[in-house]
Design a protein around this ligand. Structure first.
Ligand SMILES: C[S@@+](CC[C@H](N)C(=O)[O-])C[C@H]1O[C@@H](n2cnc3c(N)ncnc32)[C@H](O)[C@@H]1O
Length: 245
């Protein structure tokens, strides 16, 4: 059984934490700009949170792929309840290839599920192969830019992480989330140094890889509550594209 099969509902409900809206979603859509008519593959789509948001934002065909049967069950259940036309596949993103190449691949908190540099390259390669020339690849991963060690608390936002003592690729980052209703759950990510990510993107064949700092929604910019989050963000965003040739 996949780890997310046991925490699927808790993870889905964590999308109600305020930072998801005012920082995570805001940063993603600022990076993406207009998605109107674009075909999208949401790799590691979870319960389809972003799959649906992308569709609602006007994207064309949007397909979510996830290795957890329970996550895909939640996504398809929501699609039956409130149909948007999102498609879901219960598959491994490392080997999934769409029938037709897409304009945009999203990997929101997926790449740090690789267990080694080699697996990271496999994820990147699959995402590149899924893209048409000139297509874009964006997503989020755990922040490894700042030399964080041991317990790092973003408790007031609902997150606590335990970083490994050494900055060695493949080390374990334990993530504990507390939802608004006080339910706690835990999962593990893998540590990869920023340079390891950059190399994996380069080796897969991506052009113009860049890191993007999380940004706060303008409505919240005078709210000092977010200062600690923005000073040391728990995650970083990235953007890259497939060359045109
Ligand atoms: C942190 S959740 C993110 C879900 C969603 N992208 C979001 O941002 O809400 C990570 C997801 O990646 C999925 N995942 C992990 N490894 C995977 C793989 N090899 N192929 C497809 N999905 C995978 C997990 O099952 C889980 O649903």
């Amino acid at each position: 059984m996949d780890r997310y099969d046991t925490i699927a509902e808790a993870y889905r409900d964590s999308k109600e934490l305020t930072f998801r809206d005012v920082i995570e979603t805001y940063t993603l859509f600022e990076m993406l700009g207009d998605v109107g008519g674009k075909t999208v593959l949401d790799m590691g789509c979870g319960d389809g949170f972003y799959t649906r948001l992308l569709k609602r934002a006007g994207a064309g065909e949007v397909t979510g792929v996830d290795i957890s049967g329970e996550m895909i069950r939640l996504a398809t259940e929501e699609e039956s309840r409130r149909p948007l036309g999102c498609l879901y596949r219960h598959r491994d993103a490392r080997t999934f290839q769409p029938c037709a190449r897409v304009d945009l691949v999203l990997a929101s908190f997926l790449l740090h599920y690789a267990k080694s540099d080699e697996e990271l390259r496999r994820f990147c390669r699959a995402c590149l192969d899924a893209l048409r020339p000139g297509g874009r690849f964006v997503g989020f991963v755990a922040n490894t830019h700042i030399p964080l060690k041991g317990t790092v608390s973003w408790k007031k936002y609902g997150i606590v992480k335990v970083y490994p003592q050494t900055r060695r690729d493949g080390g374990v980052i334990t993530v504990r989330i507390t939802n608004d209703d006080s339910r706690e759950f835990e999962f593990e990510n893998c540590f990869f140094a920023p340079l390891t990510y950059r190399k994996a993107f380069d080796e897969a064949g991506f052009a113009d890889f860049r890191w993007v700092e999380p940004e706060l929604h303008p409505n919240e910019r005078n709210n000092p509550f977010w200062d600690d989050f923005l000073r040391i963000p728990p995650f970083m965003a990235f953007s890259a594209s497939r060359g045109r040739s």
